[in-house]
Design a protein around this ligand. Structure first.
Ligand code: ATP
Ligand code: MG
Length: 201
């Protein structure tokens, strides 16, 4: 499985300035007093990967994600979050259509060990704002990020991020539903589809 190595914040929510959070392989727990910014780490990951709307990141609108101290009347301001993936164990998914040619340049290469996604949000003095994304430093679209995320089995509808309400849903699943969930997470679900296809021939 791929995993996130590091999340880097620049003026994101409670993180003023530059903050790097390393994540070891395995199990990481973040502890701290209420309101100290634990959930903001998760919001940063959702923001960077375009996995959520502003409500899902507990903000009225996207510019509310910019650290308060950086937002000055009549001045532009910005925030950015980078997520570094360890993709050493990644293998190309054969159930997905091949990348479009134009996407090839920003796609993952065999043998590539890390993938860095970054999103920057810029707020203009007039109140308008815009996001830009990069994949390994190359500017790209959210659609291209989403395509690569699917390639490494990170899915907005999937269980890569388990929100508070989801816990009850998973706990109340029956055995078969829970088994399907584990198969999806482990990436073996696609082989079931292929076995079915072979049997049908
Ligand atoms: P809990 O234990 O209650 O779940 P938590 O550690 O998860 O708390 P968060 O919800 O991550 O805390 O952080 C909330 C804090 O983030 C609040 O103190 C809020 O003021 C701060 N915050 C949110 N947006 C901004 C922003 N744009 N600028 C500065 N601070 C912000
Ligand atoms: Mg919290």
């Amino acid at each position: 499985l791929v995993h996130i190595n590091q999340v880097e914040f620049e003026n994101f929510k409670s993180f003023g300035g530059n903050v790097k959070i390393p994540l070891e392989e395995g199990f990481t727990v973040v502890t701290g007093p209420n309101g100290s910014g634990k959930s903001n780490i998760l919001d940063g990951i959702l923001f960077c990967l375009g996995l959520s709307n502003s409500r899902g990141m507990r903000a009225e609108r996207l510019p509310d994600l910019i650290n308060n101290s950086k937002v000055k009347e009549g001045k532009s301001s910005e925030t950015s979050v980078s997520v570094k993936f360890n993709i050493q164990d990644w293998f190309p998914r054969e159930d997905l259509p091949p990348l479009e040619l134009e996407e090839e340049e920003i796609g993952l290469n065999k043998g590539q060990k890390e993938w860095v996604v970054s999103r920057k949000l810029r707020l203009m003095p007039g109140g308008s704002y815009a996001s830009t994304y990069t994949s390994d430093g190359k500017q790209c679209t959210l659609q291209q990020i989403q395509r690569i995320l699917r390639d490494i089995s990170v899915d907005p509808e999937g269980s890569n991020v388990v929100m508070q309400g989801d816990v009850t849903r998973i706990v109340s699943m029956n055995n078969k539903e829970r088994r399907n969930l584990i198969d999806e997470l482990a990436g073996v679900a696609l082989f079931d589809t292929r076995i079915e296809q072979t049997n049908a021939k």
